[in-house]
Write a protein that binds this ligand. Structure first.
Ligand SMILES: [Zn+2]
Length: 401
């Protein structure tokens, strides 16, 4: 089997079962080198330009190891290990030598192999004989540990498997051109690809791989999304009050004459049940919302994913008992806009949308949302955002890797 044939086979296998790795793979340049080398074990490496190089040994690997090897190189790119190694050196006044890159390579490989070993059921080295508490550590933290050890030890391990090349060019036959190779790939571009893959996997109903669980945890709220939604609602209410006190809003007409709040807003909370939030959290959230009922004429919670999966209306404390979050999934919002058209049109109403912003019908919805006059607040559980809202809150999160 030629390396070209081997690569095609791996690509097909990844597309079928590992969409995340596949979507990522197809955007990067892959080169076959005939060089006799022990770089990357003689199998594969990655250049500073995010090109993947396959060596002679690659074609002879067992299929599963081939997949895991490609995934390994991809994760170096995704985690931006070159850039981070360089930053690490720069901020600490370390000169970037081959030895330093080797040390960074071990730390990076350890982080990656934990993931690859789980995803492909292989046993790539995680160097647990040199690192302590390797789980949930970043490359930088492991590098700290490693650089405290003796130089001799560093070098001994560094020779094993270095696959981060200091060079910019791979040298060899290009078997796939990828538009994200060459130059630096921004974090945004990488995240965009990751999210594309996530949406694809969601739609295709393919179970999550370890790397996707990690991406999700990078994107998921760690800090108090409930507070963020409550703040958003409180802000909406306050804004209405200020409007009526300072100048009667022409949009609102007689309803808000003078400084007395004659008409209380309806508050609609559209909660994307796929936004990595637990059921217990949702229950707690609803009970907290009831505290705000005095300020509104009603609070309606709409649980949605591919459409509306449930509704709950809070009118007083007494009727929260039956509320349970419903459903899971969640990528399409358009049908919800259609159903709530009339409510969204009223300028005194408040709409809060809690979501991870990974929408299949994003463009259509953004265009439509702009038309509505109610106060629209987006609470994003990720770095992503959507157009068409008056205000956007991002829930903070803790990030490692
Ligand atoms: Zn590596």
């Amino acid at each position: 089997m030629t390396p070209e044939e081997a690569f095609e086979e791996v690509k097909i296998a990844l597309a079928a079962k590992y969409p995340f790795y596949y979507m990522f793979l197809k955007n990067f340049t892959v080169i076959v080198s005939d060089k006799d080398t022990n770089i990357g074990g003689g199998y594969a490496s990655v250049t500073r330009n995010n090109e993947i190089i396959l060596y002679k040994g690659f074609a002879n690997l067992e299929m599963n190891i081939k997949k895991a090897t490609i995934a390994h190189e991809l994760l170096h790119i995704l985690f931006q290990h070159f850039k981070r190694a360089e930053n690490y050196a720069k901020t600490r006044g370390i000169i970037i030598t081959k030895e330093f890159i080797n040390a960074a390579n071990i730390a990076a490989d350890a982080v990656i192999n934990i993931i690859v070993n789980t995803d492909f059921n292989v046993r790539f080295p995680i160097f647990d004989e040199i690192f302590k508490d390797i789980e949930n550590k970043s490359m930088e933290e492991l590098l700290d540990q490693l650089l405290k050890k003796s130089t001799k030890l560093q070098l001994q391990f560094a020779d094993i498997s270095c696959d981060l090349l200091l060079t910019e060019e791979g040298g060899g036959r290009t078997i796939q051109e990828g538009k994200l190779s060459k130059g630096t790939v921004s974090k945004e571009e990488i995240m965009k690809k990751a999210i594309e893959a996530r949406i694809y996997a969601k739609v295709a109903g393919i179970g999550k791989s370890e790397i996707e669980r990690i991406i999700d945890s990078l994107l998921a709220p760690q800090v108090n999304w409930k507070q963020a939604v409550k703040n958003a609602i409180a802000y909406g209410i306050m804004k209405l009050k200020v409007q009526t006190w300072t100048k009667p809003n022409r949009k609102l007409g007689d309803l808000y004459a003078g400084n007395k709040q004659i008409c209380k807003p309806d508050i609609y909370c559209f909660i994307d049940t796929s936004a990595s939030i637990s059921k217990e959290e949702l229950r707690q959230f609803i009970s907290e919302l009831t505290g705000m009922i005095r300020e509104a004429s009603k609070i309606e919670i709409v649980w949605w994913n591919d459409g509306i999966v449930g509704k709950d209306t809070i009118k007083s404390r007494s009727n929260i008992i039956n509320i349970r979050p419903k459903g899971f999934g969640g990528t399409r919002f358009y049908s919800i806009i259609e159903e709530y058209k009339r409510e969204l049109q009223k300028p005194w109403n408040i709409a809060v949308v809690l979501t991870d912003c990974m929408w299949y019908d994003k463009d259509k919805c953004e265009k439509e949302l702009k038309k509505f006059r109610c106060h629209k607040i987006l609470v994003s559980s990720t770095d992503l955002s959507l157009n068409g809202f008056d205000r956007v809150y991002h829930i903070e999160k803790g990030v490692k890797y």
